[in-house]
Design a protein around this ligand. Structure first.
Ligand code: TYM
Length: 325
């Protein structure tokens, strides 16, 4: 039987290059090898401040971008997390085998509770437990994510070990699967590219905006004048070239940058052209598909039905094992 894969994305803002390079591109590639399930995780998105009036739009945006970026609904299952309520039921149960101390150590929780310190809520604290439930309810073995999520997958493994040891073998221990792009920095060249940091290029940005944002992006901080030789290894623009440019181009840029043969503006122009060439077809498909609500809703309904069947089966076993039925 094909091994199963699960991953999720929050509908909390425009999907950006970090999501695309760190997760989405890998998802598309892995659908060839795995029975793949992807979820728009709306229950996770409500753990930080959000606007309920645009939530449905953002969910459909996320689904349309995922498909436009290459996820083929005929080759994978796509659904909205909250349409399979068993996720939250299992999260409650897994919460009883999760140590508070482990949750307190989670980097994402520490960052988010600092960033949104007016509402440090239980949902934010228990976020990784719901994430564990998302994965194990489908007995998924592979979880393709960016580096920032590895700690949550490690915790999922810990929760699985504790559950299996307490109630008998039930879930496999899932593995995080990382691609070439583990952590994409934002245009500030400092923090992780992230919706909440305002340092992103979104996949659906117009071409001129992409180039304009790149033109303002931080490069090698030590290179002040055009005539200064640069250090590609500490330049975020150079690191982005790794994902969009050919090996020859990368070698050429590295060589010329080091001897001040090429300036940051030209280097950004080359990168911009490549990014735009890759994103334009995605954006075009997105723009047409986004308005086809019937098509998107039908994909999501099919996905949700399949997931509910699997999730209900798992929950029947879980309830029996923990002595509730
Ligand atoms: P989200 O929406 O924050 O991120 C979605 C995916 O994008 C990756 N990512 C990045 N990768 C590299 N560089 C970046 N700058 C960058 N920014 C984001 C994330 O690692 C993630 O893979 N908690 C998950 C959502 C989730 C989930 C799950 C994932 C909920 N349940 C179960 C896997 C399995 C998240 O961070 O979503």
């Amino acid at each position: 039987m094909e091994k199963r894969l699960f991953s999720g994305i929050q509908p909390s803002g425009d999907i950006h290059l970090g999501n695309y390079l760190g997760a989405l591109k890998n998802w598309v590639a892995l659908t060839k090898e795995y029975d793949s399930i992807f979820s728009v995780v709306d229950y996770h998105a409500i753990t930080i401040p959000y606007d309920p009036s645009v939530m449905q739009q953002k969910i459909l945006d996320a689904v349309a971008v995922c498909i436009a970026a290459g996820l083929d609904p005929n080759n994978c299952t796509l659904f909205i997390q909250s349409t399979v309520p068993e996720h939250t039921e299992l999260a409650w149960i897994l919460g009883t085998v999760t140590r508070m101390g482990d949750l307190e150590r989670m980097t994402q929780y520490k960052q988010k509770s600092q960033q949104f310190n007016q509402n440090i809520n239980l949902g934010l604290f228990a976020y990784p437990v719901l994430q564990a439930a998302d994965i194990v309810i489908y007995k998924a073995e592979a979880v393709p994510v960016g580096e920032d999520q590895v700690q949550h997958i490690e915790l999922t493994r810990e929760i699985v070990r504790k559950f299996n040891a307490t109630f008998g073998d039930t879930f496999p221990e899932p593995q995080a699967v990382l691609g070439k792009a583990r952590r994409i920095l934002g245009l500030d060249g400092q923090a992780k590219m992230s919706k909440s940091m305002g340092n992103t290029i979104s996949l659906t940005e117009p071409a001129q905006v992409i180039q304009m944002k790149l033109n303002k992006a931080v490069t090698d901080p030590a290179r002040i004048r055009r005539t200064d030789p640069g250090n590609p290894e500490i330049c975020n623009i150079f690191s982005l070239h790794q994902y969009f440019s050919s090996e020859d181009e990368i070698n050429h840029i590295s060589f010329e940058c080091r001897r001040a043969g090429i300036g940051c503006i030209d280097c950004k122009k080359i990168l911009g052209e490549h990014i735009i060439a890759e994103l334009s077809p995605i954006n075009e498909t997105y723009q047409t598909m986004r308005h086809d609500h019937d098509y998107l809703r039908q994909i999501l309904e099919t996905g949700s039905q399949r997931c509910r069947t699997i999730a209900q089966e798992t929950m029947a076993t879980v309830r029996e094992k923990i002595g509730l039925r």
